[in-house]
Design a protein around this ligand. Structure first.
Ligand code: PRP
Length: 206
């Protein structure tokens, strides 16, 4: 059976494709995948899922290896081998709010999808805040008055800019990472180690 690779849908997809092609693998079937969620290439079986679900599939051994943002690993702490950073998907975690925002005297309300990261960030600052969990488009929260600020990932900064928000603090930089299922690495060692080594070579050159 071919190694199974879980890929994060969305922003990492294109960047992964360019990196994977640079390793010399067959990428043609991945290029025009349309809305398909599973793709077979000569060497691998791929499937596409949301970042956090990639970790679930890898943790449960449905995928042998996975490509996921470092933010997801810190937030969800899955039981997988966190192998090494990949040379794409560079983002920062930031605290952002409305330009010239007057912080209220009361306890701050912070909206985020990354509640664990937000909690840790404010704990380190010794500040107690109320965290409001949102699933996406968190930039809306300070604009609509649900929260005072957000903790979210920033890549180009365009989303913040176009919604009139500014960065108050940046506190964690990360990129995409290669992860692996713990048992797969033992059972399918002969098959997976050469693949992982090839990724590693690509990282050195990238
Ligand atoms: C992420 C993040 C920001 C945006 C930042 O959202 O939550 O909204 O990307 O990127 P930028 O700095 O390049 O503008 P994503 O597109 O992953 O979707 P989401 O809003 O559903 O989380």
């Amino acid at each position: 059976m071919k190694p199974v690779i879980a890929l994060t849908k969305g922003r990492l997809e294109k960047q992964f494709l360019a990196f994977f092609e640079s390793l010399g693998y067959d990428v043609e079937p991945l290029r025009d995948k349309g809305r398909k969620l599973q793709i077979e290439t000569k060497e691998f079986s791929f499937f596409f899922a949301k970042g956090v679900d990639v970790t679930t599939y890898v943790e449960n051994g449905i995928a042998d290896i996975g490509v996921v943002g470092g933010d997801i690993l810190v937030e969800h702490q899955p039981d997988v081998y966190n192998l090494f950073p990949l040379p794409f998907g560079h983002c920062r975690m930031a605290l952002a709010t409305k330009a010239d925002y007057q912080w209220p005297g009361r306890k701050k309300r912070i909206a985020s999808t990354f509640t664990r990261i937000t909690k840790e960030y404010f704990k380190e600052k010794g500040e107690s805040v109320d965290i409001i969990r949102l699933e996406g488009s968190v930039e809306l929260a300070p604009i609509l008055g649900l929260a005072d600020a957000i903790v979210d990932i920033v890549e180009t900064g365009t989303t913040l800019k176009e919604n009139g928000l500014v960065i108050e603090d940046e506190f964690f930089s990360f990129s995409a990472r290669l992860i692996a299922n713990r048992s797969s690495l033992k059972i399918k060692r002969d098959q997976l180690v050469p693949v992982i080594e090839r990724f590693k070579e690509g990282v050195k050159q990238g």
